[in-house]
Design a protein around this ligand. Structure first.
Ligand SMILES: Nc1ncnc2c1ncn2[C@@H]1O[C@H](COP(=O)(O)OP(=O)(O)OP(=O)(O)O)[C@@H](O)[C@H]1O
Ligand SMILES: [Mg+2]
Length: 411
């Protein structure tokens, strides 16, 4: 039986009685303003997320902040800005790991002298861009959810910083970065079939854990860039800024302002704002399709009829023969035909237009785990037409540039 959990609120942002975690709307009152420090460090964020303003004031979740104010989860370290500056070489761009809607993410190192009991380790420090869309609310949701929920397939939040106007998050460092980088970067060599399956199962376990919590947690932002990879390709979910507590008791859904990422969000959620765990299952199905095809959920560089992955690929998913046409050419035909067919079947169920027809994540974990031992690799080659359509490999860059990009990678 999963442990009953409740989010706690924070000393660094007082919330009035009756405010609701579902929308976190009242938290905007303690939204910090942009300081010289964050102005210099944070560049422009490229938003791929969408949102509508309609239900900003929604009061959907029954979980309420009380007048009592608690600290964050006890295991979290409250860092000072000066400590995180020191850990990241003053947020140097040489240590930039990436940038998302929240702000920039920098690699850092914490030595064992920084805090008693905190082991020396590499970390990833996320710096809130105060002028970003959801900045402060997402920061708070992240600390609340990730502070409470610990699991092998959720990235570990080590601590946070909430000093004056600055809001930062400190995570365990994930050496292999995001799944997005591995699947879609032109220069990446791609991931072998077994690794893709391992990642699919790990991410499914993370979601199954969230959905099995009491009350359930709806992740709401499941996508390739939010799946981070450990050294051995263990998948961990990151970014809980949009997470919500799911329906309780008799309720079938929670109503929210529509947020998420184009190409991943479930159609009924976009239409109605009604959110259930099955909305996450849809997004999971989209990521399975990305793992199979090596294509992004939305790719504007493709011909019009191929731009939206779900629409384009759906007719190819029900037979092994058709599936062959859409498998990622980077696999070079090295995949189990039976397992790929099963994964396609699971994906098809997950992206069903009817939420009730989508499987539970726990069932999906079982179904995918059964495929781990299938090794019928022989005789599968990528379809020659597809191989011809692939962009030509890029010409090698001049030596000087290559050397510098290599050193950036190995930091
Ligand atoms: N804990 C971490 N360890 C290593 N790299 C990380 C870590 N967290 C984030 N990153 C890197 O930083 C990048 C940006 O992450 P971030 O979550 O801010 O944005 P995103 O997921 O790309 O976009 P979005 O804001 O839409 O979620 C990731 O793609 C990943 O490469
Ligand atoms: Mg992210």
């Amino acid at each position: 039986m999963p442990r009953m959990w409740r989010p706690v609120t924070t000393n660094c942002c007082k919330v009035e009685s009756g405010a609701v975690i579902g929308s976190l709307s009242s938290l905007s009152r303690c939204r910090p303003t942009r300081t010289e420090f964050s102005k210099t460090v944070t560049g422009m964020s490229s938003f791929r997320r969408f949102s509508t303003y309609s239900d900003v004031m929604s009061t959907s979740s029954s979980a309420r902040f009380t007048e009592e104010q608690f600290g964050f989860a006890p295991g979290l370290v409250a860092f000072r800005v000066s400590e995180l500056k020191a850990a990241t070489h003053n947020f140097s761009s040489d240590y930039l790991l990436g940038e998302g809607g929240f702000g920039t993410v920098h690699k850092g190192y914490i030595d064992d002298k920084m805090r008693f009991g905190l082991k020396a380790q590499s970390v990833a420090v996320k710096l809130l861009d105060i002028e970003g869309l959801q900045g402060h609310r997402e920061w708070l949701a992240e600390v609340i959810f990730l502070g409470e929920l610990r699991h092998r397939h959720l990235v570990k939040l080590i601590g946070y910083c909430c000093e004056a106007e600055e809001r930062l998050l400190v995570y365990e460092f994930m050496p292999r970065g995001s799944l997005e980088n591995h699947l879609f970067r032109r220069i990446s060599i791609g991931l072998p079939w077994g690794t893709r399956l391992k990642i699919a199962i790990g991410a499914a376990k993370g979601l199954a854990f969230l959905h099995g919590a009491e009350p359930p947690v709806i992740y709401r932002d499941f996508k390739a860039s939010n799946i981070l990879l450990d050294a051995d390709h263990t998948a961990k979910l990151s970014d809980f800024g949009l997470a919500k507590m799911g329906p309780e008791g008799e309720a079938t859904h929670v109503t929210t302002r529509v947020m998420g990422t184009h190409g991943y969000a479930a159609p009924e959620y976009i239409m109605t704002g009604h959110l259930t765990t099955k909305s996450d299952v849809y997004s999971y199905g989209v990521v399975l399709l990305e793992l199979l095809t090596g294509r992004r959920s939305v790719d504007k560089t493709k011909p019009k009829n191929e731009e939206k992955l779900v629409e384009w690929v759906r007719p190819y998913l029900n037979t092994s023969r058709k599936l062959r046409y859409v498998m990622d050419p980077k696999l070079g035909g090295q995949y189990s035909v039976k397992a790929a067919k099963e994964v396609a079947t699971v994906a098809l169920q997950c992206i069903s237009p009817h939420p009730k027809d989508r499987p539970r994540m726990s069932t999906t974990v079982d179904n995918l785990q059964a495929l781990l031992n299938l090794k019928d690799m022989a005789g599968t080659t990528a379809h020659p037409l597809l191989l011809r359509q692939r962009p030509r490999p890029r010409q090698p860059r001049p030596m000087a540039t290559r050397r510098s990009s290599h050193s950036a990678k190995t930091k």
